[in-house]
Every structure is written in C-alpha cells, then in structure tokens.
Write a protein that binds this ligand. Structure first.
Ligand SMILES: Nc1ncnc2c1ncn2[C@@H]1O[C@H](COP(=O)(O)OP(=O)(O)OP(=O)(O)O)[C@@H](O)[C@H]1O
Ligand code: SF4
Ligand SMILES: [Mg+2]
Length: 364
C-alpha cells in the first residue's frame, strides 16, 4: 500500500461467552485489515460473518459482557493511537490445552480503559453511521440542534449562531430539501431516507478523518437506497472522505469501494481491489466465487445484487473446525490440496500486488 494506513487492524479477536452453551462464540477470529487515507474499503460477507462486530470491537463499542477483545488497532491520522491498548490488563483468561475455558474481567476497569483510548477519536476523528437512524438519534431533540451540538463538541466552531449555520450547511450537503426549515424537525417527522441523510449529516458535521458506515442503506426501499448510495459516492468525491463501508449488498460495495475485504466465519478470506475481487470467474477465493455465483443476474451486479446464502451449513463459530474453515462448503477442494485443507488453516497470503487470498489453491 502506498500511503500510511489511517486504520490498521491486526489479529483482532472478539469472543463472546455463551452461558447456555458454556462456551465461547468466536465472532471475530483473527481479522487483519488496513484502510489507506482517502480510500473506501468495502467489507462484505454473509450474515453473521463478523463484519459489524469487527468494527464495533475496534471502536470500543462491544458491550462489556463476559467477552474478550484482543489484537491491535492503530488509528493514525498523524498522531498514532492504539485503540485497544491496555485492555488485556483487565482480563484474566483461563486456558486449558490452548483453548480459552473461562474469563474473569474487571468490567469497570476495562470500560474506563476503552474510554480513555477512544477519547477524542470516536465521534470526532472517526464517525460511525448505522442501519437504524431513528434509534441512533435523540427523538426529543430537533435534527438541526443535534447536528449543531456535534459541530460545537467536535470542531472549532463554538458560538451558537455559527454552529446553527454549519448544521444547516451539512443538511444541504446531504441534499435535504429546505435545510433551514428541516432544522426544526424532530426525527419522527422525517421519512426513513431523510432520517438516514440527517444521520450522515450528523456524522460528517464532526469533520471526521474516517467514516464507518455499517449497512447504511439496508431497510430502506430501493429508490431511496439508490439515492443514499449516490449521495455517499458524491460526498466521497467531493470531500475526499476515507470510508469503511459494510454491506451485504455487492452492488453497493462495487459502486463505492476501492478495495474490498471478504469475511467468512470471523476471518478475512480475501482482500484486494474491489473490481478485481468481485469479478465472477476472476479467480480468487472459492467463497467469494460462490457468493458471486449465487447472485442470479451477475450481469446486473452494478445495479442489483444482494447476497443470498450459499449452499451448506453456516460455520459453527463455537467449534471452529481444524484446517480451512470454509472446507465443509468448498466446491473447489480437490486431491492435490485436500490434506492441507483438512489439517491447516491457510494464511491470508499475497497472490498478486495488493491482492491476498486465504486458500491453499493459491499457495505453493
Ligand atoms: N453481544 C453478542 N453476544 C454474543 N454473540 C454476538 C454478540 N454480538 C454478535 N454476536 C454474534 O457474532 C456473530 C457476528 O455478528 P455480526 O453482527 O458481526 O455479523 P455481521 O457480519 O455484521 O452480520 P449481518 O450482515 O447480519 O449484519 C454472529 O454470529 C452474532 O450472533
Ligand atoms: S483452502 Fe481448501 S477448503 Fe479452503 S477454500 Fe481453499 S480449496 Fe477450499
Ligand atoms: Mg452487521
């Protein structure tokens, strides 16, 4: 990668304890990701593959239940910050035969440490938008005042008048009609699409260096979805925004991403230039290819393309099998690699410049 990454995630692991099953669910199981300044990284994968938990863990937003978050997350927009630093001090792991059997956690210490690590970063230098805007906004406050508050908290603007003007500016930027009038609307007075725009305005109002958008169009109807995608594309061009975009929708990912990471069972199986990785028949990981093949109208990939499930059982993330975790569903496993597929999990290895694949078929 040419420029220094603004966000680097190394060997991130998030395990939740299931009281019912008396075992750990390995939701994120060794994720490595990098986001370069100015690029959009798309993260794609079936439901439950760990896309959201990856970003929530990196941002210190995984709830403090008996669970563990380990690995390294570095945010560097000039001053590097380690976002998971020191969390391990508040957790004692009980291991047996190399497996984690139990966790004791000092919740308050852990929380306080996570908050210290993220002060001045989350909400300010990194903003997040989620799928459900109405839940993320305060129902009792007008959208304008909520945006103005973000401006006052996170930018140099301090006077009420100036903050109001900036908020109106951002409402205009996300193409909300009559921003001056809309300023006084409460979230419930807006349609789903408008509310999503208001939330994007609120995220941008902090003037973040990095925007994380988790399924920003899911749940909206098709026309509005297309408009929000157009809006993100336009903002990306105009503001040179750096973005992590999580989506089920390959069409959205292809349209907006420079690079893409494909996740399966809590791990990145493949990463590289979006146009290359998301081309059917373009080689690459058997999982990515199965996903692409499962889209009915591959020629319409750009317009249409939600991910249907592919054949086979979803991975059991409690008892992750030995070897390649995609093995049970892999259609391309054959005798020359079978023994390795069964015994060892492949590395995410570089197969061509900027493209990495976790599969024995690509490793001599
Ligand atoms: N707080 C939690 N406690 C226990 N398990 C959790 C918790 N949060 C998430 N999980 C589990 O972790 C796995 C990964 O979840 P995640 O939300 O990251 O998936 P996803 O890839 O974002 O899926 P989707 O596309 O449906 O949003 C899922 O199996 C989920 O059930
Ligand atoms: S490593 Fe083997 S089982 Fe896994 S995806 Fe590649 S060929 Fe299939
Ligand atoms: Mg999700």
């Amino acid at each position: 990668m040419s420029s220094q990454p603004i966000l680097r995630i190394e060997d991130l692991r998030t395990y939740f304890h299931s009281r019912v099953k008396q075992a750990f669910v390995r939701s994120v199981d060794g994720v490595d990701l990098e986001v370069a300044q100015g690029e959009t990284l798309g993260v794609v994968g079936e439901s439950g593959s760990g896309k959201s938990v990856t970003m929530l863990s990196a941002m210190g937003l995984v709830s403090a239940q008996p669970g563990i978050v380990t690995g390294r997350v570095v945010f560097d927009d000039g001053t590097p910050r380690e976002l998971l630093e020191g969390l391990g001090r508040h957790v004692a792991l009980e291991r047996r035969d190399g497996r984690i059997m139990g966790v004791e956690k000092d919740e308050r210490g852990w929380r306080a440490q996570a908050e210290r690590n993220l002060t001045g970063v989350r909400g300010r230098r990194i903003a997040m938008i989620f799928q459900n805007p109405k839940a993320a906004m305060n129902p009792f406050e007008t959208i304008g005042r909520q945006i103005a508050e973000t401006v006052r908290l996170h930018t140099g603007v301090k006077t009420a008048h100036e903050a109001r003007e900036r908020a109106i500016h951002w409402l205009g930027e996300v193409r909300i009609d009559s921003p001056r009038l809309r300023y006084d609307n409460h979230p419930h007075g807006l349609s789903g699409g408008m509310c999503q725009r208001a939330m994007i305005a609120m995220a941008l109002a902090a003037e973040p260096r990095l925007l994380i958008a988790d399924e920003p169009t899911t749940g909206l109807d098709a026309t509005i979805q297309a408009r929000i995608v157009d809006l993100l594309a336009e903002l990306r061009e105009r503001l040179g925004m750096t973005m992590v975009l999580i989506s089920h929708d390959i069409g959205v990912i292809v349209r907006l991403s420079d690079r893409v990471a494909v996740m399966y069972g809590g791990r990145v199986m493949e990463s590289g230039p979006a146009a290359e990785v998301l081309t059917e028949g373009g080689g690459g990981h058997p999982y990515t290819q199965a996903l692409l093949a499962s889209i009915p109208q591959e020629r319409n990939l750009r317009e249409k393309g939600r991910l249907p499930a592919i054949e086979g059982e979803v991975l059991d993330t409690i008892n992750v099998p030995r070897g390649c975790r995609f093995r049970e569903r892999c259609q391309r496993i054959h005798d020359s690699v079978r023994a390795r597929c069964e015994e060892h999990e492949p590395e995410l290895a570089e197969v061509s410049p900027g493209r990495r694949v976790r599969c024995w078929l690509y490793q001599a």
